[in-house]
Design a protein around this ligand. Structure first.
Ligand SMILES: Nc1ncnc2c1ncn2[C@@H]1O[C@H](COP(=O)(O)OP(=O)(O)O)[C@@H](O)[C@H]1O
Ligand SMILES: [Mg+2]
Length: 357
């Protein structure tokens, strides 16, 4: 009942059922945090400060559809990790609801919760906490050992995910013999070993050098193309967010400021705070043809065509070279509009706000 309603209400990606959602989640730290909210509607930051409480998460509601990479982005201290811990119930929210596959997680018993985390959730953190005395193979097989999977089965599965993350050949190495990037790959493999439905990653690449970090981002995209997990990924880096996200939730001081696709955030930032993050983003890398196209004009004859979902940067050369409007088609090859060189040049040269006139 509740789930059906939420699926209807979710604007999410539209087509996919909601995998994880939360409603009015609060997490307050401080004395009498648990009683403070009772009978109070929604205290603002001043009221919390006056009561000596930290509003780590304040009234957060969101829906994550199946198969989506949902990014939670915010500066350090904005409440990202606390929110993620509430979603996996590693900590108890002060108030609110968490629904996983339609089931109220906050009503699950302790044992049940352990089972759900063990079998259905994968987690990767910034400090990957590998077991130093175990080989790569045994580190990755570890969660399966806890599940009671037989030795031969867990070793076979561990080899499979080790290969998946590109570490074939390093099975017998120990963590200290690996670079930071390789260690994080082991962490990723370990979290994937149990085949989780829901994958939580809390700043998994933040401790890595920029180049390795880019490599790991590409790796995650490659893995996701194969695995199609539902992912909640936390970062304080807006560039990382737009590179990976289907949708981004921007947090500030414990509250959600805006949730949207990278394109939506760039075209329609809800606040000056969001606009500040999007200001230096290279628009042509994020914006799709759809956002710049015009209605189809039958007076033109087209010599080329592009997809509505193509990124401007990827097709700009083709369109500018053609010197005239190019047809825009959707996934089924239907003509949905046209796109001219002019607005593309404007975007590339930083003229106007990058939106279609
Ligand atoms: N156990 C705790 N006790 C008190 N305050 C906490 C605790 N955990 C987090 N906080 C506070 O909650 C806020 C959000 O922290 P956190 O969720 O770790 O932010 P982020 O992950 O975005 O950096 C911060 O002000 C932090 O100091
Ligand atoms: Mg954090």
């Amino acid at each position: 009942m509740v789930l059906a309603e939420q699926q209807r209400q979710s604007d999410g990606a539209g087509q996919h059922p909601v995998k994880l959602s939360c409603r009015h989640i609060w997490k307050l730290f401080g004395q009498d945090a648990d009683t403070f909210l009772k009978g109070r509607a929604t205290p603002d930051a001043e009221a919390l400060a006056a009561a000596g409480l930290v509003g780590a998460v304040r009234d957060v509601s969101l829906d994550v559809p199946e198969g989506e990479i949902f990014i939670v982005m915010g500066l350090s201290g904005s409440g990202k990790s606390t929110l993620l811990r509430c979603l996996s119930r590693l900590i108890e929210p002060t108030a609110g609801e968490v629904l996983f596959e339609g089931r109220d997680l906050l009503k699950a018993g302790e044992r049940e919760m352990i089972e759900i985390r063990r079998h259905k959730m994968g987690m990767v953190f910034q400090n990957f906490a590998l077991l130093p005395h175990l080989s790569v193979l045994d580190n990755v097989a570890f969660p399966l050992a806890i599940q009671g999977v037989s030795k031969s089965k867990r070793i076979a599965r561990a080899r499979e995910v080790i290969e998946l993350v590109g570490l074939k050949g390093r099975e017998l190495s120990y963590p200290r013999q690996l670079s930071g990037g390789q260690q994080q790959r082991v962490g990723i493999a370990r979290s994937l070993a149990v085949g989780p439905e829901l994958w939580f990653l809390d700043e998994p690449f933040s401790a890595l050098d920029p180049l390795i970090r880019r490599e790991m981002q590409a790796e995650l995209q490659r893995l996701q193309a194969v695995l199609k997990k539902t992912i909640v990924f936390i970062t304080h880096d807006f560039d990382e967010a737009i590179r990976l996200a289907d949708r981004i939730a921007i947090m500030k001081d414990g509250a959600l400021v805006q949730v949207g696709t990278p394109e939506e955030l760039i075209l329609h930032p809800a606040t000056s705070y969001v606009a500040e993050f999007t200001r230096d983003v290279q628009r042509s890398k994020v914006m799709s043809v759809r956002s710049l196209m015009q209605p189809f004009n039958s007076a033109h004859t087209f010599i080329g065509q592009v997809r509505d979902t193509d990124k401007i940067g990827a097709v700009a050369g083709q369109i500018i070279e053609s010197g005239r409007p190019v047809a825009v088609v959707d996934a089924e090859g239907r003509l949905v509009g046209e796109i001219a060189p002019g607005p593309i040049l404007d975007m590339l040269l930083g003229r106007g706000n990058g939106a279609a006139a």
